[in-house]
Ligand binder design. Structure first.
Ligand code: F6R
Length: 611
């Protein structure tokens, strides 16, 4: 949540920062702003998207070789020009941007108000900035020292960039809980919430750790901890290119990412799934095989779409490994007093690797001695680093706010893990192990098949786009896909949608069914097939409109449904990887037809770094 960019070097800062903000806009788009120092400190900010800011700025006013910029997802204070970052301190000298939440800001604000400070915004950020100014003036110390003192007093999460009109050669940055990457160029440095604004200038980056302060000059980077001790920056080479973060001819990132799935799953399986050798190579699993196969319980911890991946994995792990699995919303898990026993394994699932609820849940579980295995997309992210072991999904950069290719990457990794653990444990036969490996290997090709002709999906989207509510039903491995289909529709098209286990429908939701309610059945050929046929009949008997996701060649379900989306046949354990694809496309097309910005749905942000 909130994107942060900074530049210091020989180039004009404005174009670098603006371009970077556009790349980070998926993190929040309530307002955007930029601060530059030329002779003086200049701040430009605007409610709305980065393009609105750009339009409001006169290009003649934006000189300066040092700049910081922010794209906001509102927490404290409504989206407005006034609440947009950067904020400027009371003496007009310091400007700051912030991603995160300062929990004890009210108390600090009261203290500052008693001293005569005034505030132009409702934000916690402006409070922190004036707190730093106050400490600096009272202690007659450097800005860096004032920041250090302030950070020791505040409670919460932050990534901040701070500049001082009187020192145009330095950006001071600090992080705890919200990400910060620093790109190292020749005579220049780039700062950002992720590597996408940096990638076209340099591939050498440093991921700043929690409780570190970075003092960044054009030709020098100094990292210190809160005790003022120098830290050695660990330089990483970025494994990512520019093409990955551009639309590549697609109208939206979401559509591009849906179409990238044959390739992203192939990349996820490459070198790991080796059906011809009867082997799955996953070092994170291999090195901890004892712990994993002897786990007394597995707890999947995640949020949103990643939580749905955990639900699919619950079915898969219980079937293949015979280990009891619980799937927890990270936000609930962290605030309960969960029972964690010796022998429990936590699998954390996260695209961004920065989701605050998941991260804190893991910190708590780790404190209680749990073993943490991370299934993460973003390399080097906080969840990847806090985990004891893990497997990356290798889905590539996901920019569309709605998760698509990252979800199928998570499923692919989790299925491989269950196969490897189950086979080693002896809870699946060699025959089934080899068969499932082959089925998984053929997923990229089968997704390609689904994506070859999507006209039918578009026609169905057009037919139902004006409905006010949708019901999504599925059983077994496809039940979480019903939940995921409903979530995608809600977030992209703003249509109310509910996901339910198909059999549970008759315990309440069936009361909603009438001739106006589209009911999406995820009803591929599996061991629940006969049962779901009966559920479809129950809906038809009440005049509901049935849209079915069915297996190619099936005639029974398509014979009953008003409309059908076909997917190729596969084993029921693998089926979620296919049945989710038409549902992603259905919500995409409904959202586009309704005229919404599907890459940046209202009120959402890609990386939820606040609680
Ligand atoms: C929905 C979506 C969110 C995320 C959730 C967790 O399309 O993207 O529900 O899945 O915010 O995010 P990660 O996976 O980054 O932890």
């Amino acid at each position: 949540m909130c994107g942060i960019v900074g530049y210091i070097g020989f180039r004009d800062a404005y174009p670098v920062v603006i371009k970077g903000l556009k790349r980070l806009e998926y993190r929040g788009y309530d307002s955007a702003g930029i601060a530059l120092i030329d002779e003086h400190l200049k701040v430009f900010k605007k409610k709305g998207k980065v393009a609105d800011l750009e339009e409001s700025v006169n290009i003649k006013d934006v000189a300066g070789k040092i700049g910081i910029g922010h794209t906001r997802w509102a927490t404290h204070g409504e989206p407005s020009d006034r609440n947009a970052h950067p904020h400027v301190s009371n003496n007009g000298k310091f400007a700051m941007i912030h991603n995160g939440i300062i929990e004890n800001y009210v108390q600090i604000k009261n203290e500052l108000q008693r001293k005569g400070y005034s505030f132009k915004s409702d934000t916690d950020t402006e409070v922190l900035l004036n707190f730093i100014e106050d400490i600096k003036l009272n202690n007659n110390c450097s800005l860096e020292e004032a920041l250090r003192i302030a950070l020791k007093r505040i409670v919460g999460a932050y990534c901040i960039l701070l500049i001082d009109e009187q020192d145009p050669s330095t950006i001071i940055a600090a992080r705890k809980g919200s990400p910060l990457v620093i790109g190292i160029g020749k005579g220049e440095h780039f700062l950002a919430s992720d590597a996408s604004p940096i990638i076209e200038y340099t591939k050498e980056v440093v991921y700043v750790n929690d409780y570190e302060i970075a003092i960044v000059k054009a030709d020098e980077l100094v990292l210190k901890n809160l005790g003022n001790e120098k830290q050695t920056p660990f330089i990483t080479k970025l494994d990512m290119d520019l093409a990955e973060i551009e639309k590549g001819g697609y109208e939206h990132f979401m559509l591009k990412e849906i179409h990238e799935q044959p390739e992203s799953i192939f990349d996820c399986l490459r070198g790991r799934l080796l059906p011809n050798e009867g082997k799955i190579v996953m070092n994170g699993v291999e090195n901890n095989l004892d712990k994993l196969q002897n786990a007394s319980r597995i707890i999947m911890v995640a949020c949103g779409t990643s939580w749905h991946a955990g639900l699919v994995a619950e079915y898969v792990f219980e079937e293949l490994c015979r280990i009891p699995v619980e799937v927890e919303y990270a936000s609930e898990f962290r605030y309960r007093n969960p029972v964690i026993n010796n022998g429990d394994v936590i699998i954390a699932i996260s695209q961004s690797g920065e989701t605050a609820d998941t991260l804190v849940a893991l910190e708590k579980a780790k404190e209680q001695g749990a073993f943490i295995f991370g299934v993460v997309n973003v390399v080097g992210s906080s969840i990847a680093r806090i985990s004891h072991a893990g497997a990356y999904t290798h889905s590539g950069h996901e920019i569309g706010v709605a998760s698509t290719k990252a979800f199928t990457g998570q499923l692919a990794v989790l299925i491989m893990m269950a196969l490897k653990i189950g086979y080693s444990k002896g809870t699946i036969t060699e025959e089934r192990y080899l068969q499932l490996m082959k089925d998984l290997e053929s997923v990229p090709q089968k997704i390609k098949q689904i994506l070859q002709n999507t006209d039918n999906i578009k026609a169905i989207a057009n037919k139902y786009k004006d409905a006010h509510d949708f019901l999504y039903l599925g059983r077994g491995y496809n039940f979480p896909i019903a939940l995921e289909g409903a979530l995608k529709l809600k977030e992209i098209s703003y249509i109310h949608a509910e996901g339910y286990p198909a059999a549970e429908m008759k315990h309440g939701p069936i009361a909603l069914v009438d001739e106006n309610l589209p009911v999406v059945f995820v009803a591929t050929k599996d061991s629940y097939y006969e049962k779901i046929v009966s559920n479809v009949q129950e809906i038809k008997a009440r005049k509901g409109k049935v849209i079915a996701v069915a297996t190619e060649g099936d005639t029974i379900i398509p014979g009953m449904a008003n409309d059908t989306l076909f997917v190729p046949d596969t084993d029921e354990i693998i089926a979620p990887l296919l049945s989710v694809i038409p549902l992603q496309l259905l919500s995409y097309h409904v959202g586009v037809m309704k005229g919404y910005d599907v890459d940046k749905p209202r009120n959402l942000a890609k990386s939820v770094t606040v609680e």
